[in-house]
Design a protein around this ligand. Sequence first.
Ligand code: SAM
Length: 293
Amino acid sequence: MAEKRWIAETLFDQLGFRMTFQVDKVLYEMQTDHQHLVLFEQPFFGKMLMLDGATQISKRDEFIYQEMMSHVPLFAHGSARDVLIIGGGDCGIAEEVLKHKTVKRLIQVEIDPAVVEFAKEHFPEFTKPVFADKRFESVIDDGAKYVAKTDQRFDVIIVDSTDPQGPGKILFGEKFYAACRRCLNKGGVLVTQNGVPFFQPSELTSTMRKFRKLFADGSCYVAAIPTYIGGHMAMGFASDNAKLRRLPVSTIAGRYRKAGSFPTKYWSPEVHVAAFAQPRFIAEAVAKATGRR
Ligand code: SAM
């Protein structure tokens, strides 16, 4: 019997360790114009996508990240009509956003057409409902170029990017965040993926410092995602309305009921509010970077 292949996540090589996954079958592997893409079947996590040696999505735990990156900003805002996703080519977050009936328009700007094409083939549970939804528009472009030139305005911007390497690097820059702020309507919310602070502290603190300069309020919320090794993952939250990340459970629960209480597997009004209670080492890193609590 042929030796099973193991695929390693090389994201933390500089820290001297690797997470390796036994592979049942490689479904798709290619060097695209932007990054190395491998999709494989894993005995426990199911389908898994890696870009440039970093885990992007696994079928078994994707719901945690997708729900927290979409329902937290949308229920914090409360009446978002126009939403922009930067990155997110697998369409997992788009599928969650479109569960909100208040949303009238969703634009997704993904740099790599190969990611969208392979998602149509391998993640139809996301792409089918999304591409069938008239509110959805898929744009292939560099997210930084898009927000720098568009005259569109949004209530919520979700940056579902890769880590600050390769094509994703520019999405952690001050110029990009400033352009996102320019595209936000009054009371708008920007959320960003900021890695796992235990292993990638600067991926969070560098964003927090930039949020401090650009927004009335900037901080992060957390969730633990098994395939994003390292404990809590941090998601940046910025707005010119400092009340939005401090709303009580009763307000969020009311908005959830009004939205039809659609089924979720991780997000709940209680988890939403609790996610902003940062573990002390993260809270201190954020406070140091932003000068605020
Ligand atoms: N959840 C994953 C994570 O936390 O690492 C991210 C998933 S999503 C697949 C990341 C997407 O960002 C990829 O499809 C990648 O092609 C896209 N991306 C990277 N840089 C980009 C850029 N400059 N503009 C638009 N999309 C970009």
